[in-house]
Design a protein around this ligand. Structure first.
Ligand code: MN
Ligand code: MN
Length: 318
């Protein structure tokens, strides 16, 4: 059980539209706060989109997701999980990026998450674009490779862009495999679709043994069957969860840089997370929410709900 300090502000004590909007109305505990040692899951903002190749904006994601996340209440409506009672959760603030320097930002992010890991905290990150996952994995998987379950329209396994640029939001998991951060035989990518320049990413996946479940297979088999396979690919070892909001159909999540039609609806977007039951989750992220393309706020609200579902799964695995 948690002490009262780690309880989110209740809507019965202060209406949910009022107050300072931390993630899910949790207390803010910075990395230098003496309370840090008590935190079990840290919600972290990664306000950086330096890896974006087309339509930018996810640098504004964390602030919008914090605001939308004040809508989350105490209990999961489907599973009954009450994450804030199962775990001591806190908002650890934002990773401080250097918006003018990609390599410096990745070094800052790796250093930030190294401190989070050293404190024994499992991170739940709100991006940011998908390149954010690479420095997070560098910190979390420094000493052994992790498994990964990855929801996305894209594999993000491309070798390079523009003839040799190695770090974009289309390349993080290629680098992560090359650097030994992921065990490709324990990686499952779900929802892959859309037009591509070529099939170089899929060829790489096949060559190293990554399981790619394209959208046509996802729709044909259904959530339960697909997630049973994803759990089996990840196995009983430590596993990272990476969730790109463009996994969801743009009818439900238009506020993202590289939307692809024909995707899951918002209900399936939550069901896949509930299908992670039993996975040993060492950390998770929700990336690519782009507020400039999200005038209604619907994408951020779905993103905040996915973050809550991920937190419930981390609580169930605690
Ligand atoms: Mn992605
Ligand atoms: Mn994507």
């Amino acid at each position: 059980m948690t002490d009262d300090f780690f309880r989110p502000v209740s809507g019965f004590d202060l209406p949910r539209y009022a107050g300072v909007p931390t993630f899910m109305r949790l207390p803010h505990v910075g990395l230098d706060d003496p309370r840090l040692a008590q935190v079990q899951v840290g919600l972290i903002g990664a306000p950086w989109d330096g890896g974006t190749t087309n339509r930018p904006g996810p640098r504004h994601g964390p602030r919008q997701l914090r605001d939308a996340s004040t809508m989350m209440r105490a209990q999961n409506g489907v599973t009954g999980v009450r994450p804030f009672e199962a775990l001591r959760c806190a908002d650890l603030g934002d990773v401080p990026p250097n918006p003018a320097d990609l390599m410096d930002t990745m070094a800052r992010m790796e250093a930030f998450y190294t401190r989070v890991r050293a404190a024994g905290i499992r991170p739940l990150t709100a991006g940011g674009d998908h390149l954010c996952s690479l420095p997070i994995l560098r910190a979390l998987a420094k000493d052994r490779p992790l498994g990964m379950i990855h929801f996305d329209s894209h594999t993000d396994l491309f070798h390079s862009y523009f003839g040799g640029t190695m770090y974009t939001h289309g390349t993080p998991f290629r680098r992560a495999v090359e650097e030994g951060l992921l065990d490709p035989h324990r990686v499952c990518m779900i929802g892959i679709r859309g037009t591509t320049y070529d099939s170089e990413d899929r060829d790489f996946a096949r060559a190293v043994g990554i399981r790619v479940i394209p959208i046509e297979e996802f729709h044909a088999r259904g959530v339960a069957d697909v997630m049973a396979e994803a759990r089996s690919v990840a196995g009983s070892g430590e596993t990272y969860i990476s969730y790109d909001i463009d996994f969801v159909d743009p009818a439900y999540a238009p506020g993202t840089g590289t939307p692809e039609v024909g995707g899951p609806n918002s209900w399936q977007a939550l069901q896949v997370v509930q299908g992670l039951d039993g996975v040993r989750i060492v950390g998770a992220d929700l990336v690519e929410v782009s507020p400039p393309f999200d005038p209604s706020g619907a994408t951020a609200y779905l993103g905040a709900t996915i973050l809550f579902e991920l937190l419930c799964m981390m609580a169930a695995a605690a």
